[in-house]
Design a protein around this ligand. Sequence first.
Ligand SMILES: [Zn+2]
Length: 803
Amino acid sequence: MNRFYGIVIFLSCFYIFEPTVFAQLAYDYPIQPVDFTKVKVEDKFWAPKIKVNEEVTIPYTFQKCEAEGRMDNFYRAAGILKIDKRTTFTFDDSDLYKVIEGASYSLQSKNNKTLSIYLDTLIDLIASAQEDDGYLFTFSRIHKTLPHEWLGTKRWEKEEDLSHELYNAGHLFEAAAAHYRATGKNNLLNIAIKNADLLVKTFGWGKEERFPGHQIIETGLVKLYRITGKKDYLDLAKFFLDLRGKEGHFNQEYSQSHIQVVDQKTAVGHSVRATYMYSGMADIAALTGNIPYQSAIDNIWQNVVNKKMYITGGIGSTRNGEAFGDEYELPNMSAYAETCAAIANVYWNMRMFALHGEAKYIDVLERTLYNGLISGVSLSGDHFFYPNPLASIGQHQRSSWHNCACCITNMTRFLPSMPGYIYAQNGNNLYLNLFVGSTSTIDLPATKVELIQKTDYPWSGVVDVAVNPHKSTNFALHIRIPGWAVNQPVPSDLYTYSDQTSKKMVILLNGKPTKYRMERGFAIIQRGWKKGDHISLNFDMAVKKVISNEKVKANKNRFAMEMGPMVYCLEGPDNVENMVMNILVDKNVTVSQEFKPELLNGIMVLKMQGKSYKELENNTELAETIQEVTAIPYFAWANRGPSEMQVWVPYEPSAVRAKVLPSIASKSGVSSSAVNKKMERSVNDQYYPTDEGDDGATYLHWWPNKNTTEWIQYDFDDMYTVSESSVFWFDDGPWGGCRIPLSWQIYYKKDDEWVPVKNSNPYPIQKSSFNSISFLPVTTSALKLVVQLPDDNSAGLYEWTVK
Ligand SMILES: [Zn+2]
């Protein structure tokens, strides 16, 4: 039972319960998703995840919103709490809205009175924090004398930069729409409308001409338009988009305001902002028939799917600006692939499907959903990834909280809405998009149809669908045939299967093969349907090997493995010596599948023969050992403590990182003046960068310290005579705050004194390579590296070696 909803804030007032109604709109998407309220998921894969979200994640994130001060912001803004203190980020209000959105979805699927009352008290609190004219932003009412540095002195003054006032409003609208849809109550909706009406009055051509620095309000406004039919909301969403890139305004790629949105052809800048914006543009294209909007997002989609998407569906490859990288820039260990961006990618692709009716968009959606999105949350439901890397030497683990909690609360709101992606309809055309054990009743113009899917997908390719129209009638069932089932992992040449199989899909109707026509990736069965009809599908779930486009340097001489929609990875705990970076597998290897019900909540593991490599003492050759290699689904990694992981498996020895011999440094104890002690293991992990920008290799830094003297110490496991040392500096300029240091010096321990070594060459300070010095041999038990930081920057290092 929920651990948290016991608290009572103050008494709720009465609410008007109205039947949920939606406006009739002049234009809309030709295809409409079947609402999550009409689909009940009852399978062994998604239903347990939705349950964990409901029973663990939602109460947990509410509790954290309280513990971390998110709710206190509202109490202070409402004048209930008098202490003038606020949380860190101007977007913190959005976290509470997002959890309310998730909780609303979850209320719909299960009657939970305690949660319902709790939500109402929170909504009362939000109402108390709203100003009389509708403005709602807690930071504006706290600490008025000392505004947050991201805020101006007037409302929205720094909106185009970092204030996030409209971002918070956007999440309020999204939450209000979900709450209204799920519960039929209008208490949160009324708050949202009051706020949206203020925005309509304030913003527009000839009025306040500003756009949101971080997009989301566009889709939020469209949701309010759908409910109320008030066209002002739609117009305001379009205004916010049309203003971007106009001369005389804040222009930057980071927030997709470098050029006008209709002229944008490639995905650039902050990936979450971007993909929320593309979703908003899809809404405008659908709801106004705007062709330039549609062409722009069609081009951008091609750019992403051809050149900027991970095999896991993750997008936004670089940490610098949390942004889309260059074309084919898809590093694995330093992959950013933020959880929020994966969620946004699902939102966007569902809209692209609804606009165009092509299965390829659902292919991208499904790939993201089963891989780079659900990897964002632990199986336990209370640990979360912000970036979702595709390789690790153990430095990545999910955290129980991030001060910037966007991904955590986004996951909380997304998961219970997942049933809304399974079906869609267009008149008497019914689309079966995702294969998920579920029951649904869908209103077609011709009749109501009950659909019951029974399947163990994604572990099995057998899918049975009972089709029960309330009255016998003619309609078309469009069954998505996934790209992966017809040799196309993605709708581009970014990834291909090395082992092409071309079995024609057999679809059984009432036990007999039936005719269908293929159109836009769907098998269409148009006929007179009657109660008791029954469709059987059987997808080939043989393991497939994926080869990357050769322009992706990071995947050179490597392949990935897939089974159905699942991408696999190698992880330490399943492999010899807890290591995977030292493994090579022949890309033609035979792979066997084994379902392990006890492992990681029940997963299909893949087994194959491979080799591992290790360095030998006094020998330049590597030792090669044949061993069994095990792969697990990518989403399930990092649930058993830190270890190595990689998705792209080497098939050429040049791509393998052999197990290295222990060194004096790697056997040393490390201590330092760095604040984050976890970073200390980076300097002697023997994982060397390829250049100063390779943030795949781990590093230690002293940021935000500047102009200080810092140190690192190695305590050897024995006395050694040493005479050489090298350092590889970390430099993340021009974006980051670390540069090569002003100077450095090595000291050795002589009795209890630290004595400088007598170096025979000057201390070099170069980027992108090891900086080595030789010194007169000393016999010692410890060395100390002393570093003078630059005046205006910090410094850091990847590796420090000793010989
Ligand atoms: Zn995020």
